[in-house]
Design a protein around this ligand. Structure first.
Ligand code: MRU
Length: 362
């Protein structure tokens, strides 16, 4: 996607051919800062401190983290240690495990002298494949937006609600939930996005609003609890969110608060779609509520709010009495029966075992 006229992905190889560049998402929307990663430790920090975030981008960063970790020492012991370091950065997004285990499977049987080149080749392939997957998700999701637009006799605007950030910043490019929106906008369909602010990290306010604004898509920031009210008043035609892990039976884990949006959508007959890249399916589990590990992050994130002061400096202020405690759940699970459909790179399917199996049968 373009930022001020220049095309960017969210992660890329530097011109030296080995170090890795990312956009520091903790600084957006106030500052656009590119950070260079030169070691597996730096890649692990970028994931755990959320300089990069979003399931597909976490997977891509971990893949490059494996490359960086093996550069000086491609031994079996280092392969195992690097994988362990990276896999322990964040627990919920399954793309992390998918990317690291894929690397281990590929590199393990190779002689150490061949591992670094093979690792870089595979990390680059993962990134390019992610872009193609998300573009295809956009093409399939576009049809849903088009149907709504024609259903409105091409009058007014298609109002879409999204939660968190599942745009190009959360992937390598295009995004998952935002990809159909970009495709609709590019096609001239008038779309307007209700952007949930997404406390506590405010990925909606900081990232989704920034991305949509850079692309020219009309959008309005709302507080996390406003969606139900808007749906009751016919202000939402469609919800699309991303996912960090979806089970083989279609239960969807996504940023905390997604479940409440799905409940409100069901009560108001608003279609609730989830944009799902294949690598985000966890084929090993069926029951999302029982089996998906939900990240509990540092309470500091909810006890303080951060923003830009009048001098343009990012600062934070405490909002909780010092004597009160807090708990920072980062994700929740939306059961499959609340999901209208899954928009995948292979087409749209029911959020069910049969639906997913039909599209992804081996
Ligand atoms: O904690 P984050 O910012 O890594 O979480 C990302 C999300 O939950 C997004 O909603 C996203 O949809 C999943 S990745 C496309």
């Amino acid at each position: 996607m373009k930022v001020d006229g220049k095309a960017y992905r969210s992660i890329w190889l530097a011109t030296d051919g080995w170090s890795v560049e990312i956009i520091d998402q903790t600084k957006l929307p106030h500052e656009f800062v590119v950070v260079t990663l030169t070691s597996a430790e730096e890649a692990a920090h970028a994931i755990s401190a959320m300089l990069v975030r979003g399931a597909p981008l976490i997977g891509a960063t971990a893949a490059y983290g494996m490359c960086l970790g093996l550069r000086d020492d491609p031994s079996d012991a280092q392969l195992k240690a690097t994988a362990e370091l990276l896999i322990n950065t964040r627990p919920t997004a399954v793309n992390l495990r998918w990317a690291i285990q894929g690397m281990q499977k590929l590199l393990g049987p190779l002689p150490p002298s061949e591992r670094v080149a093979a690792a870089y080749k595979n990390a680059t392939r993962i990134c390019n494949e992610d872009v193609a997957i998300n573009s295809a998700i956009g093409d399939h999701g576009l049809k849903i937006i088009e149907d709504i637009w024609y259903g409105k006799n091409q009058k007014g605007v298609v109002n879409i609600l999204t939660h968190c950030n599942a745009g190009w910043l959360a992937t390598v490019d295009w995004g998952t939930a935002l990809s159909p929106i970009y495709k609709a906008y590019n096609k001239g369909i008038p779309v307007h996005v209700w952007v949930d602010e997404t406390r506590p990290r405010n990925q909606g306010a900081h990232l989704t609003a920034w991305e949509l604004g850079k692309h020219g898509v009309e959008h309005t920031l709302i507080v996390d609890n406003a969606g139900g009210h808007l749906m009751q008043h016919g202000e939402v035609d469609l919800c699309i969110t991303g996912t960090d892990r979806t089970t083989a039976s279609g239960d969807v884990c996504n940023k905390i608060g997604t479940y409440l949006k799905a409940l409100a959508a069901k009560d108001n007959n608003v279609p609730f779609y989830v944009a799902l890249p294949g690598p985000t399916i966890d084929w090993e589990i069926d029951d999302g509520i029982a089996d998906i590990p939900i990240e509990v992050r540092n309470s500091h994130e909810i006890e303080y709010v951060s923003g830009c002061n009048s001098e343009g400096k990012i600062e934070e202020v405490r909002i909780l009495p010092k004597t009160s405690s807090s708990k920072n759940y980062a994700f929740d699970v939306t059961p499959a029966h609340l999901v209208t459909g899954l928009i995948t790179e292979r087409g749209i399917c029911a959020a069910s075992k049969a639906g997913l199996a039909e599209l992804f049968a081996p």
